[in-house]
Design a protein around this ligand. Structure first.
Ligand SMILES: Cc1cc2nc3c(=O)[nH]c(=O)nc-3n(C[C@H](O)[C@H](O)[C@H](O)COP(=O)(O)OP(=O)(O)OC[C@H]3O[C@@H](n4cnc5c(N)ncnc54)[C@H](O)[C@@H]3O)c2cc1C
Length: 519
């Protein structure tokens, strides 16, 4: 059996769906093939214990950049929010809490930090606005004579130049720094520094003292500058994926699930389509991969179609995940003793200070689980009661740091690590453990298996300065186009990186459309 399309998208992660929608709207015949039984990739809602549902991968939806938000108009495709802007609350070792947008609470602990935080936020906003154009669209190639590349470089340079001398100098000074040093310069309160440092390292294989962590903090701010806080879609992140799928179908794209692609077909150095694991062939002159770069190039395409230098660079991409997910089914309301009830709807960070995070990271460097893990806790059922049976709660916890490979293997460590996380939680929610009716821990190897992303990394490829912009994922494929004609990347491993931003999917669609407009 054989069928023919203009574009085949391999993977219906949110980036694959964004890319498919934009291409279908531009008149392309698009087919999306997803290996899993449902769309969404790591944006998915699952039942993990009878009656308890949770966002099984990503659990918070960041605001989308304004143009993409307008283009997709997901509310028209059924996206409803259980919470529109989730506030961040820092938790201390003794369970005390600090809501980050409560100046009075901060002033009571550190009056100087109120002004320091306002000044940092204003500066970060200006940086984010200047950096945003770098993250959207196709990054320029360096050293070419191509007019479009040169024009884009000039435009990006001009946007940065508009920051003004003082801000630009500060951006250049802090851009490659470690976030620990930046926070030491600006703030007093360890709890505040811990919360800000966590935002710089969440999802990465880096600690607060790793160079370049200010850049990853700015990345989070710059993907959607000026937007509000993270959102919780009603029904979990799976609803976001469903709305994207409806947008793709409304644009004319076809979607097939349970359709794993085994390989990308190449004839005379040109992509001609894909072959599914069952042997079905689908012809298309353009194949767009939402899979991670290593899977795309080494498994789906095959090293034999690439030159040796490129294969070496791809093999060296750092993509080992460091982030785990713990889901808890809890009887009653989780007993965070010092939290006001409405704070349960927030994003609760257990990262009491920057050194605490660095110590948690130290273990993972030597393939050990953190003795005292760092946690981003949400209680989604507090905003969306449909996720748990009446009188019960769901906790969704991102756990930093859990190495992809752990000494002795995960088989023997899983139970002990779960207990360690529960012991950490007990400090701010005493009495939680006896109320836990079911627990599910997904370590990077589980995430790799569940979401088909080699390494199970949040960003598919480490978000670090040497794997960023014109180097993401590797030179030679950094403008979404692979060295083999007709093959493109649209996933988190391509520019600008991961998180539910849709930016790689959008950038890739622009690259495909631009290519077809070329003579
Ligand atoms: C534990 C964890 C928590 C996270 N929390 C957040 C969060 O709260 N907020 C946030 O913004 N981001 C979060 N992230 C990051 C976010 O989930 C990812 O960056 C994002 O999902 C990447 O989207 P994507 O579409 O590029 O790829 P994915 O979501 O990984 O989707 C790729 C899709 O391709 C499919 N695929 C792969 N190979 C094939 C094949 N051969 N054939 C067919 N289909 C294939 C996969 O099945 C998958 O559906 C988290 C990540 C992790 C690991």
């Amino acid at each position: 059996m054989s069928s023919r399309y203009d574009c085949v998208v391999v993977g219906a992660g949110h980036n694959g769906l964004v890319c498919a929608t934009l291409l279908a709207r531009a008149g392309r015949r698009v087919l999306v093939l997803e290996a899993a039984p449902q769309v969404g990739g790591a944006a998915v809602t699952r039942e993990f214990a009878p009656g308890f549902r949770v966002s099984a991968g990503a659990h918070l939806l960041p605001a989308m950049s304004a143009p993409l938000g307008r283009e997709l108009a997901l509310h028209r495709h059924g996206l409803e929010l259980a919470a529109a802007s989730v506030p961040t609350v820092a938790l201390a070792q003794d369970g005390q809490c600090l809501p980050l947008d409560d100046d009075a609470a901060l002033a009571a602990r550190s009056p100087a930090d109120v002004a320091a935080l306002a000044a940092w936020r204003a500066l970060q906003r200006r940086f984010a606005q200047a950096l945003h154009p770098l993250l959207t669209g196709i990054p320029p190639r360096l050293g070419t004579q191509d007019r479009a590349d040169r024009a884009r470089l000039l435009t990006l340079g001009w946007k940065l130049r508009r920051l003004g001398r003082d801000d630009l100098r500060e951006l250049l000074r802090v851009g490659g720094m470690c976030v620990h040093d930046l926070l030491e310069e600006r703030f007093e309160l360890p709890l505040l520094k811990g919360a800000l440092a966590l935002d710089a390292v969440l999802g990465t294989n880096l600690g607060p003292r790793s160079p370049g962590t200010v850049a990853s903090l700015l990345y989070r701010a710059a993907v959607a500058p000026g937007a509000g806080g993270a959102m919780l879609p009603a029904g979990g992140l799976g609803s976001f994926a469903q709305a994207l799928a409806r947008a793709a179908r409304a644009a004319g794209a076809q979607l097939r699930t349970a359709a794993p692609v085994a390989r990308v077909q190449v004839r005379e150095d040109r992509v001609t389509g894909v072959v599914l694991e069952g042997g079905e062939e689908i012809e298309a002159p353009t194949v767009i991969s939402n899979a991670d770069p290593r899977t795309t190039f080494l498994r789906l395409l095959g090293a034999e179609h690439l030159d040796a230098g490129f294969v070496r660079r791809v093999s060296q991409i750092r993509s080992r995940g460091m982030t785990a997910k713990l889901h808890l089914a809890v009887d009653g309301v989780p007993p965070f003793s010092e939290l006001p009830p409405q704070a349960l709807r927030g994003r609760l960070l257990f990262a009491p200070d920057s050194d605490y995070i660095e110590r948690a990271y130290n273990h993972s460097k030597y393939r050990e689980c953190s003795e005292q893990p760092v946690l981003e806790i949400t209680v989604p059922s507090a905003s969306d009661p449909t996720l748990a049976p009446a009188g019960k709660s769901v906790l969704s916890i991102v756990v930093q740091y859990a190495p992809h490979e752990v000494q002795g293997g995960w088989q023997g460590q899983r139970q002990a690590f779960t207990q360690r996380i529960l012991a950490t939680l007990e400090r701010c929610a005493p009495g939680l453990s006896p109320r836990v009716q079911a627990a599910q821990l997904l370590v990077p190897q589980d995430l790799e298996r569940e979401f088909g992303n080699q390494g199970g990394h949040w960003h598919h490829a480490e978000l670090a300065l040497d794997q960023f912009m014109m180097m993401r994922p590797v030179p030679g494929a950094a403008q979404y186009r692979a060295p083999v004609d007709g093959l493109y990347l649209c996933g988190a491993g391509s520019h600008p990186g991961g998180g539910l931003t849709g930016l790689p999917g959008r950038g890739c669609a622009l690259a495909v459309l631009r290519r077809s407009a070329e003579p």
